[in-house]
Design a binder for this molecule. Structure first.
Ligand code: FAD
Length: 265
């Protein structure tokens, strides 16, 4: 099975701070890691390759420092690593990111399975997996917490809010995974040496390499723009209502009316 794993480099914190003046993420002093769910996606890909044969190719879009992430994936056992890096990709929203990733997958040629994390811990949109599937016009299974594969199909368990769903899907298919899926292996010393040696199999592709117009990626190709980012104030305006249930209900209704909240009249 030819497997592609989408991997994002993210800051090693869920407590991302925002510069109040520029509205940008403060990345200085924050170490970078592989987005946690992507390690589970890679582990799933490696296990399927061990069972059925084939290849595991990792693709990451990011600045040159995201090379570390691709190398770490190779050290865990991926066969091939591709870093999409070009100034033209900078400032991409999820749409432009998905366009670049989708074009890179197309350039790879035939594939059976694409694995992605459900969500990145910095951007948090959970849009990239579904958008890449749409871009490539293939089926998608999201929120997957168990996964098996046979030639020509995958068998998945999807986590729903109030239960789970068992699904079989023919390949090619894109699967977004949850952390409950497996326990990712550690990189090996041999793997680290091979991934970082002069003969490292990491390739760096730019916009021209994936055949995309610069106006379709990065800031230029983005359909959305972040106008302002801010940390919401924690303090809430609270008021305690006291008295009998009838009195409290009447006061609550009046308070809602004053805020012009209509209650299905
Ligand atoms: C300088 C800059 C400017 C930005 N400007 C905007 C903007 O104007 N508007 C806006 O909406 N967003 C903007 N972003 C955020 C950017 O669009 C998102 O970080 C990116 O699209 C991924 O979305 P996400 O983090 O929500 O990923 P999710 O959709 O939550 O990620 C799900 C999964 O998709 C895969 N994935 C996600 N990103 C990548 C990647 N880069 N490479 C490989 N796999 C990946 C991973 O498997 C990941 O687990 C900007 C980011 C930067 C750095």
């Amino acid at each position: 099975m030819n497997i592609v794993v989408l991997v994002k480099q993210v800051p090693n914190t869920t407590d991302v701070k925002i510069d109040p003046k520029t509205g940008n993420l403060i990345r200085e002093g924050v170490a970078s890691i592989i987005n946690p769910e992507d390690r589970h996606g890679l582990e799933a890909g490696l296990q399927i390759r061990e069972k059925l044969g084939g290849t595991v190719t990792v693709i990451s879009m990011g600045p040159p420092q995201a090379m570390e992430t691709v190398c770490e994936c190779l050290a865990m056992g991926a066969d091939r690593g591709i870093l999409l890096s070009d100034r033209a990709f900078a400032g991409a929203d999820t749409w432009a990111t998905s366009t670049a990733l989708g074009m890179a997958v197309r350039k790879l040629g035939e594939f059976d399975l694409i694995l992605a994390g459900r969500q990145a811990i910095d951007g948090d949109t959970a849009q990239i997996g579904p958008q890449v599937a749409e871009f490539l016009r293939i089926a998608q299974l999201t929120y997957v917490r168990r996964l098996d594969a046979q030639e020509g199909k995958v068998i998945a368990e999807r986590a729903l809010e109030d239960g789970c769903e068992h699904i079989e899907a023919p390949t090619p298919v894109l699967v977004t995974v949850l952390g409950a899926l497996n326990k990712p292996r550690h990189p090996t010393v041999e793997g680290i040496l091979a991934a970082t040696s002069e003969r490292s199999p990491v390739e760096v592709w730019n916009a021209a390499d994936i055949g995309v117009k610069v106006q379709d990626v990065g800031l230029a190709g983005s359909l959305t723009h972040v106008v302002r980012t801010f940390t919401p104030k924690g303090a809430r305006d609270t008021r305690r209502l006291e008295g009998s249930a009838t009195v409290i209900a009447a006061e609550l209704l009046e308070a809602l009316r004053q805020k012009e909240i209509r209650l299905g009249e």
